[in-house]
Ligand binder design. Structure first.
Ligand SMILES: Cc1cc2nc3c(=O)[nH]c(=O)nc-3n(C[C@H](O)[C@H](O)[C@H](O)COP(=O)(O)O)c2cc1C
Length: 324
C-alpha cells in the first residue's frame, strides 16, 4: 500500500449550540468566527486569494447596481512600509504603545483600500462590500481588521501623499476605509454583543423568550482540543491510519467531521459533514471517536450578568487527506 500523508487545515472556529440548527452552516460559522485581527504573520497573502476576496467584494449589492466604489489592493509591501515609516516618525508615542510595531495598519502584510464618491450617499454600498471581503477572507483562513483610524491620518498628512497617489483613486472619490488582511498571528476572543439592540415586532416569540433561548450569544469561546489546535493536529497525525489498499487514484481531499462537545468535554454525535470518499469518512469518524475529552465551549455574559458557563457546542473539524 502506498503511504498516504495527510495534513490538517486550521480548525474552523465554529459556533453552534445544541438547539441552534440555524448556525449549522458554513456561512453562519464564518460570520460568528470573524474577529478583528491586530497581529499578523510576515507572510503575504497569495494573489489568488486576494483576487477571490475582491470578487466577493464586488458581488455585494449596490444601489441600482451602480457599483460606485473603487477598491485598491496593496501587494507592494514596500509601499506599506514606507508610509508606516512616515507615520512612525510623526507618531512616536502611538507607535511605542504598540509593542512589536510592524506597520501602521496593525502589521498586516496586505491592505485593501476602499474608496467611495465624495458626493452622494454611497458609503453604505462601500461598507457592504467590505463585510463581504472580510467574510471571504475569513473563509480562506485569513484575518482582517477594518480601519478608519489610519485613513484619517493619511488624509491629513502631507508627507503621506505619495501613498494616496499610488492608489490612483478615481476623480471625485475619497479613501473611505482600509482592511488589513493577512495570516493571523493571534486568536482574539469574541467581543460582547448587545442583544437588546434587536427587537422583534410581532411574531410568536417574545423578546424575553428569544433572549433566554440562547439565540443571542453575548460572548462565546469555542470548544477546544486539550492543548489547542496544534496538539489536536499532532494527536491526529499519531492516530490516523489510512484505509488498507487506498491508492492515489482514489479520491483525496477534505473530510469535514462534525460532532458535539458536551458540557463535560466528551465527544458525541460524530458525523461526516462533507467527504470525498466513504473510506476516508470511516477513518475520520473512527479516529475522532477515540479523541480524549475536549475543553468544552463557554458562553460568557457581559455585565450586568457576569460569569460564564460551559455549553454543549457543535464543532466542525476539517481533515485533509492528501497523497504525496
Ligand atoms: C467603521 C469602523 C472603523 C474601525 N476602525 C478601526 C481602527 O481604526 N483600528 C482598529 O484597530 N479597529 C478598527 N475597527 C474595528 C473595531 O474596533 C471592531 O470591529 C470592534 O471592536 C468589534 O470587534 P470584532 O471586529 O473583533 O468583532 C473599526 C471598525 C469599523 C466598523
Amino acid at each position: 500500500m502506498k503511504r498516504l500523508f495527510f495534513s490538517l487545515i486550521a480548525m474552523l472556529g465554529v459556533l453552534a449550540l445544541s438547539a441552534q440548527n440555524e448556525f449549522n452552516n458554513e456561512v453562519m460559522q464564518t460570520i460568528m468566527a470573524r474577529r478583528s485581527v491586530r497581529k499578523y504573520l510576515d507572510k503575504p497573502v497569495e494573489h489568488s486569494k486576494l483576487e477571490a476576496i475582491a470578487k466577493a467584494g464586488i458581488n455585494a449589492p449596490s444601489a441600482r447596481n451602480w457599483q460606485y466604489w473603487a477598491v485598491r489592493i496593496i501587494e507592494d509591501q514596500k509601499l506599506i512600509n514606507d508610509v508606516s515609516e512616515v507615520y512612525k516618525q510623526a507618531n512616536p508615542e502611538a507607535v511605542s504603545r504598540e509593542p512589536g510595531f510592524k506597520n501602521m495598519f496593525r502589521g498586516a502584510p496586505n491592505l485593501i483600500c476602499v474608496c467611495a464618491p465624495k458626493d452622494g450617499d454611497f458609503d453604505l454600498d462601500a461598507g457592504l462590500m467590505g463585510e463581504n471581503m472580510m467574510l471571504a477572507a475569513q473563509s480562506l483562513g485569513l484575518g482582517t481588521c477594518i480601519q478608519t483610524g489610519p485613513v484619517r491620518w493619511l488624509l491629513t498628512n502631507e508627507k503621506a501623499k505619495f501613498f494616496l497617489e499610488r492608489l490612483d483613486i478615481p476623480e471625485g472619490y475619497k479613501l473611505l476605509y482600509v482592511i488589513a488582511v493577512g495570516y493571523p498571528d493571534e486568536k482574539p476572543d469574541a467581543k460582547p454583543r448587545d442583544a437588546s439592540k434587536v427587537k422583534f415586532i410581532g411574531g410568536e416569540i417574545s423578546e424575553e423568550a428569544s433572549d433566554d433561548d440562547g439565540l443571542f450569544i453575548d460572548y462565546f469561546e469555542n470548544a477546544q482540543f486539550p492543548g489547542g489546535d496544534e496538539a489536536c493536529m499532532k494527536w491526529l497525525q499519531e492516530h490516523i491510519k489510512y484505509p488498507e489498499g487506498y491508492t492515489s487514484n482514489q479520491p483525496q481531499g477534505r473530510v469535514v467531521v462534525s460532532f458535539f462537545v458536551e458540557k463535560d468535554g466528551t465527544i458525541d454525535s460524530v458525523k461526516v459533514f462533507r467527504s470525498p470518499d466513504p473510506l476516508l469518512s470511516e477513518e475520520a469518524i473512527r479516529v475522532v471517536k477515540q479523541m480524549p475529552k475536549w475543553k468544552p465551549a463557554h458562553q460568557y455574559f457581559p455585565p450586568p450578568r457576569q460569569g460564564s458557563e460551559a455549553v454543549r457546542a457543535r464543532y466542525f473539524l476539517p481533515i485533509i487527506f492528501r497523497q504525496h
